[in-house]
Design a binder for this molecule. Structure first.
Ligand code: NG1
Ligand code: ZN
Length: 535
């Protein structure tokens, strides 16, 4: 085994003296540097499968909303979740081995310390987004898998959530799982979510046209395929796709996409929708979604992850009640970046509990599993809903006591099929929002008017050493450098509805400062003052 790994590894040598960390710098702007990282992550994917008795593990090659020259690699665990946190360190360890000798030593150390039976057959599935560097990185990955004798299936170009869906389907085909999550094909994915969408719209008015900016990425062909599956002639998914130049890789995420819209607070130039028309943007691998529209006076209005979370949570709460189910706990998970108005709306108006977690979907996803129906979204538009085992059982076995309850129950079951429980999924979330707006009889303006965002400001501050910034309370308070939090608190106290925090970014070499206040000018001033305290 060692000699075949070394032989293959020599084709993907580790350059220079850069240090990689899984989940952050695994996304690298230098493709030739990432080549060796992907090779080594391939070795780890096979080990992960072996450790889990040959369950299927996923590997996705994408750098999401980042610039086209970047790329990255992510592992997907058997139920379609992100890689278990304790294994991130193993990825980092293999990626940073200085040479092939050290690589083999670390690989063998993992086998012995994790008590892996190296003769267990491994199975890995892989996919990539539309970046130019994708094919070469797939070669690095498959060279690694071949060198350790792992069986693999390459699904070509997919959205990140589609790969998560496939992994979950493949691992739920056999007992103890009572039924598979879905058919483990791309078509099976369209059939599952498209079928649920059509069911939820039966007898309802058509949603009408929506303009979707696909960030010039994989979302474009996949949304088109989904729309075709749902059927042009039914007219229930009338999408106008813009930014679909997937054959021009340099256009990926450029002046478009969910991250552009959220951070720039303006529509992508290519989107020419009329006032009050629904618009949405996906990111480069189609796991983030934001909505927006321009008001009658031309003002840009963003409906971000917080607005999606509140819409979804309120709809599910109503549906559960209407079905006559009383004992399911619905809750929402947010991060500190959620607008304070959204949190107040969830707790006070919807009467639902909110958990705040540190940044990063893995934290949100984990916290959401504490509820029967856990709705989680980052403000940037990444999120989904997870249903507990008890919720699935209760819903499946519930007997409705009236035709109205029966219809609500049917809708609830279809809603579960529409949602990608494995991971935030822009295509599934898009259909979910469309369904809810139709059921509520709302346009984007009615949705937007549920609550008004507090003016806020996010600034990026370059500091000497961001690792000096240590936080507690879901990143809302600094414990180090000592004394800084007290200064932040005294500034915040001066502003009406003021809130601010500073934390080190996990993906960039900077500290992020976020502020909110009752007036725009005050939010901006507060951010500036906190930034001054941080540098
Ligand atoms: P960092 O760089 O740690 O703030 C950013 C986003 C997160 C998440 C990750 C992963 C903000 C403020 N932060 O994290 O929400 O999406 O990237 O991509 O948007
Ligand atoms: Zn993404």
């Amino acid at each position: 085994m060692a000699s075949s790994i070394i032989e293959a590894s020599q084709k993907h040598p580790r350059p220079g003296d850069r240090t990689f960390a899984y989940g952050t710098a695994g996304v690298s702007p230098y493709r030739n540097l990432l080549d060796s990282v992907v090779f080594r992550v391939g070795l780890l994917a096979a080990l992960r499968s072996q450790k889990l008795n040959g369950k299927t593990i996923g590997v996705m090659i994408t750098a999401s909303h980042n610039v086209p020259e970047d790329n990255g690699v992510k592992l997907v665990d058997p139920m379609g979740e992100m890689l278990e946190a304790s294994w991130e360190a193993h990825a980092t360890s293999l990626a940073n081995a200085q040479n092939d000798h050290e690589l083999i030593a670390r690989y063998e150390h993992l086998i012995s310390s994790l008590k892996i039976n190296a003769s267990t057959p491994a199975h890995v599935i892989l996919a990539k987004d539309t970046r130019e560097s994708g094919p070469a990185l797939v070669t690095a990955l498959t060279d690694a898998l071949t060198s350790v004798g792992a069986k693999y299936d390459d699904y070509g170009i997919l959205t990140t959530p589609q790969l998560h869906y496939l992994v979950r389907c493949l691992n739920t085909q056999h007992p103890p799982h009572s039924e598979p999550y879905g058919v483990p094909t791309e078509e099976g994915y369209y059939k599952k979510i498209g079928g649920a969408y059509a069911k939820l719209l039966q007898g309802k008015p058509r949603p009408g046209p929506i303009t979707v900016d696909c960030a010039n990425g994989v979302g474009a062909p996949k949304l088109r395929a989904l729309a075709e599956y749902i059927g042009k002639d039914t007219g229930i998914l009338d999408v106008k796709i813009v930014n679909d130049l997937v054959d021009q890789p340099s256009k990926l995420n450029y002046q478009c996409g969910a991250d552009f819209v959220k951070t720039q607070q303006r529509p992508p130039p290519a989107s020419q929708a009329s006032p009050l028309a629904r618009c949405a943007s996906l990111d480069g691998d189609a796991d983030r979604l934001v909505y927006y529209f321009s008001d009658s006076d031309g003002t840009f209005r963003l409906l971000d992850g917080d607005k999606i979370a509140t819409l979804v949570a309120s709809f599910i709460t109503d549906l559960v009640k209407s079905a006559g189910i009383s004992d399911l706990k619905v809750g929402v998970v947010q991060t500190a970046y959620a607008n304070g108005s959204s949190t107040a709306y969830i707790t006070k108006t919807l009467g639902l509990p909110v958990i705040c977690t540190p940044t990063g979907v893995k934290h949100l996803h984990h916290a959401a599993t504490k509820f029967d129906c856990g709705v989680y979204f980052e403000a940037n538009g990444h999120g989904t809903v997870v249903f507990s085992h008890a919720a699935h059982t209760t819903i499946a076995s519930h007997s409705p006591e009236s035709p109205a309850q029966a219809s609500a129950l049917e809708n609830l079951c279809a809603l579960i099929n529409l949602i990608n429980e494995a991971v935030g999924d822009a295509l599934s979330d898009l259909l979910l929002v469309e369904v809810i707006l139709v059921h509520k009889g709302w346009g984007p303006k009615e949705w937007d008017s549920t609550y008004t965002d507090l003016p806020n400001r996010l600034v990026r501050v370059e500091v000497k050493d961001r690792t000096a910034f240590k936080t507690t309370d879901a990143e809302r308070k600094l414990v180090e450098p000592v004394g800084v939090q007290e200064k932040v608190d005294s500034l915040v106290g001066k502003y009406k509805q003021g809130r601010a925090f500073a934390r080190a970014s996990g993906t960039e070499d900077a500290v992020r400062v976020y502020s909110e206040a009752a007036e725009r000018g005050e939010a901006e001033e507060l951010a500036r003052l906190v930034a001054d305290v941080v540098v």
